[in-house]
Design a protein around this ligand. Sequence first.
Ligand SMILES: Nc1ncnc2c1ncn2[C@@H]1O[C@H](COP(=O)(O)OP(=O)(O)OP(=O)(O)O)[C@@H](O)[C@H]1O
Length: 787
Amino acid sequence: MSACMMQCRQLRYNSILPGYVSLASRNSSLRFFFSGHRHHRLMADELLASSLGRGMRRVRMMGGGPRTYPGGVTKWEWKRLNEQKKQQWEQAKRIRERQVFEQKQPLGLTAGGPKKEQDHRIPAWGLDPQMKAATEHSRIANGHPEIDTQGFKFRKLGSEHSHRRYPGTTGIEAKLHVPTFSSSEFNGTDGGLPTVQGQRYNDFRMSNRQFSPTSKVAWASSIPKDMRNFSASAVGERAADLDTVDARRLQNDRISSKSDALKRISSRTGPLRTNLGRLQIDDVNSSVKTKVEYSDDSEDDSYGPTTVSSNTKSYSQSSHLSQSRFDGFKLSALSIRALHEVLGYETMTIVQEATLPIILQGKDVLAKAKTGTGKTIAFLLPAIEKVLQGSGNSLARQKPIEVLVICPARELAMQAASEATTLMKYHKGLGVQVVIGGTSMPAESTKFKTLPCQVLVATPGRLLDHMEKTPEFANRLKGLKVLVLDEADRLLDMGFRNSLLSILKALPKERQTLLFSATIPKEVHGMSKIALKPDHMFIDTVGQEDETHALVKQQYLIASQEKILPVIYSLLQQHIAEEPAYKVLVFCTTANITAFMASLYTKLGFNTREIHSRKTQSYRTRVSDEFRKSKGGIIMFTSDVSARGVDYPDVTFVLQIGLPSGREQYIHRLGRTGRAGKEGEGMLLLLPWEKPFLKKVQDLSIEAVTTPEISSTLYHQISSALSKVGDPKIQERAYQSWLGYYTSCQLDMDKRTIVQLAAQFSTSIGLDEPPILPRNTIRKMGLNGVL
Ligand SMILES: Nc1ncnc2c1ncn2[C@@H]1O[C@H](COP(=O)(O)OP(=O)(O)OP(=O)(O)O)[C@@H](O)[C@H]1O
């Protein structure tokens, strides 16, 4: 039997069929093998017909014959369709994830879906710090984003923002398998918080009178956890009021008597308070000598952070600068040269003055200072000193990474890297590199291998990627001397927790760690112990003062849904009229709403830019640079990608539309104006039902303003602009993400009401009716049966 096997690939059957037929007629037994391609199937049919016509006795199709797939497509077409579908599905998933993270709400909408409906109830403005802590362990803690934060990507294990799955777990269970530190790595048994048993109370060095109202925040944060209830209740009280604290509560706190409690608090805080506000040039050395006392003499090393409250009263509220000069400190002459010649700075800001001597001593530091007061230089300058103390200026490329700065957002990382580059301008042979998501990883790896990198600035996801995939990366981190967590509270919250834990685990324990932020909510003190040594210093330059700047005028306005768009228009117009060099940041709740707002107000004639996580990194970098350099006459619509740390000089007005994701976010967004001692204006625009948020910020000086008059012409103008927005998808996406955002906020209203409000929103943005959402989306939003 002769056999002929042929494999046909992409051949034009008309030209070769006759050859096949003649081949078939010359062989008694012949087999043809065809691919499943449509052309080949046709050819097989044809061959069958022709062969039969030429007297072939037995011709049959084997292997099931030509396959058919739904819609009459071939196997390959069917496969391709399926691949396309899968890609679309994954893209939608990525977008969804990005939105969730941008909204700073990392609950149940991720892989595996929510287990219960309440998983969707993501604390946002209604978030109580205690609740946050309580829900901490029930959340999906994934390798979250530089929140956008930005350009979030849903990727496999080890990749940036990875949602880690572990064998045999669901996405939700996976969090339980995230590497954690053993309790031996901490002091105490309650998650790293210091224990009180065995602590010496006889070291009573501070009388009640020494509790000053200006230091209450710092004071409260320095108290061990098992005294927190007590301290939290007392934090708003003067120390003298402590005697009135309920004895039962003291008992609950396992404190045997009130006087014991006082002694314990005093023994922790009393000797540690130092007036750094008055630190003078000559004090530098003495500040080392007469270093702030901490409980080195304690037999129990489980004490909490040492608290240093900069005496903010020493400075005028309007001044962010201290009287100390950089050249009065023991710093490298080349760094000081860069400060003077390139940046033009002579004197230090308050936070720089307060933290520099302590960081130079080698202590771990948790520092709180208002927005725009120079925290970046406060940590970079002493960190660079550490590099200089060690490796010197040699050109070796494979030297360890000595300083690692982790930032929660890409723009922020680039900014910190650029500031470090400036400070190191005259240090030959030292290099700064930045690794952030949304850029080419191989390019980063090549740069890393070929150029010096003593200082590395990174976002958590990309850093983890490199640690896992780039050869030598993790090794070079073994020589790390200083770790900085910029925007510490953001990095320590649930969104980044897992990534951060994995990173910390891989870093050497013998390092100095610095945590900086403008807001340090109470729960961060507990979390900070993951990264900091137990005897770290908490340096609070804000104290009892308002966390916002006195020079920034803060207002809020409540307007109904149908008035929101005209009100925004009026507010912008009004500001432009008052401030010809206007430079405005408009914060929106989600990326899609930002995109919608930007396109609408562009149509209305404003000079706008937009920046959010749905834009590519190169676009974001370009727009961000443009806005930074702009001398005015520009309005940038942004999501929370610009909320923290980003230093845009001379922003004249910050407008926040809708519910901020929390009190901290409000403060950080507002902090984009009034930087470096300048003036600024902020406006929070809320819908009537969003008003309860104001309770969260009631201690800040925010004035109410009334809704401006809106003419019928303006209404007409807006509705005509809405019709010109162009792509109706922009509005539809805005609606969907509005619904996603508010269903994930912990609002005091049922889902039906939220859906009704969403319908109002859709009308206000020019949709005839609310778009129909995919079933999966509805399910993920927890709106099954409601939508
Ligand atoms: N010693 C100084 N003298 C004058 N200007 C300074 C000094 N240090 C920092 N600045 C400037 O102050 C501005 C704010 O600094 P930076 O961005 O570090 O603030 P920040 O406290 O980190 O703010 P945020 O909390 O928003 O992150 C920058 O433009 C910076 O260049």
